[in-house]
Design a protein around this ligand. Structure first.
Ligand SMILES: Nc1ncnc2c1ncn2[C@@H]1O[C@H](COP(=O)(O)OP(=O)(O)OP(=O)(O)O)[C@@H](O)[C@H]1O
Ligand SMILES: [Mg+2]
Length: 215
């Protein structure tokens, strides 16, 4: 069976600082996997390394059958990282269309549907610079899921969301899980972690360890 995510002895050094230390994480069963840990402990850096945005200093990251890094990016994969970057003078729809043109897997209708799914108006011609933080976050989720990933990384997806946004986001995450999508969720909110996650890992000074299993 193909492993969804296989991280072996991953380390990352930047300017002499060892920011990820011997991280090993094997995920072979779909579900929601939480990552908790203090500010600066390395959660976002781990996500960016899985996404192929940082090359490991040591060890390996494998997503499905591909070794990630050195220009090799994961497939069947979507991510909401800490700063979703969009072209601020274009609409949400236009931004997604530009991103979708890279892979050319989905059409305009699929983009409209994903915008509706995250609670944005697909006919809204207003530029992203006029979006609130929560609207940007929703657009970030739309971007992450639009190509039907099997592995989804969500780095603090509730950031900037109001109460109804948080409950929508929880519902969406549970729906993705029902569809068999594997989610890595970094969060500081204990309620989100206990409600959503099957297993929870803790990052501490660049080291990752299993914290608890939700049964
Ligand atoms: N591009 C980079 N260059 C140098 N250092 C970095 C870089 N990115 C992250 N770091 C450092 O790596 C460490 C871990 O940062 P990271 O953003 O992964 O923390 P985090 O666990 O996501 O924290 P938070 O809970 O605040 O989001 C920090 O000490 C940070 O300064
Ligand atoms: Mg972070």
């Amino acid at each position: 069976m193909t492993t969804i995510l296989n991280i072996q002895n991953l380390s990352k050094k930047i300017k002499g600082r060892e920011l990820l230390k011997n991280v090993t994480l094997i995920i072979d069963k779909p579900g929601v996997y939480g990552i908790i840990g203090r500010n600066g402990s390395g959660k976002s850096l781990l996500f960016k390394t899985i996404a192929g945005l940082f090359v490991p200093s040591g060890g390996t990251v494998k997503v499905f059958d591909d070794i990630i890094g050195k220009g090799n990016f994961p497939k069947s994969f979507g991510a909401l990282l800490d700063t979703p970057g969009f072209l601020s003078h274009y609409s949400g729809f236009r931004n997604l269309k530009i991103l979708a043109s890279i892979q050319n897997q989905i059409d305009d209708e699929a983009i409209e549907n994903v915008l509706k799914l995250v609670g944005l108006d697909s006919n809204d011609k207003g530029p992203v610079r006029k979006y609130s933080l929560g609207m940007r976050q929703r657009l970030g989720i739309a971007q992450a899921i639009m190509e039907n990933p099997k592995l989804l990384l969500l780095d603090e997806p509730m950031n900037g969301l109001d109460e109804s946004g948080v409950s929508d986001m929880r519902e969406m995450i549970l729906n993705f899980k029902r569809q068999g999508i594997t989610i890595l969720l970094a969060s500081h909110n204990p309620e989100d972690i206990s409600l959503l996650c099957d297993e929870v890992y803790k990052m501490d000074g660049g080291k990752l360890e299993l914290n608890f299993i939700n049964i």
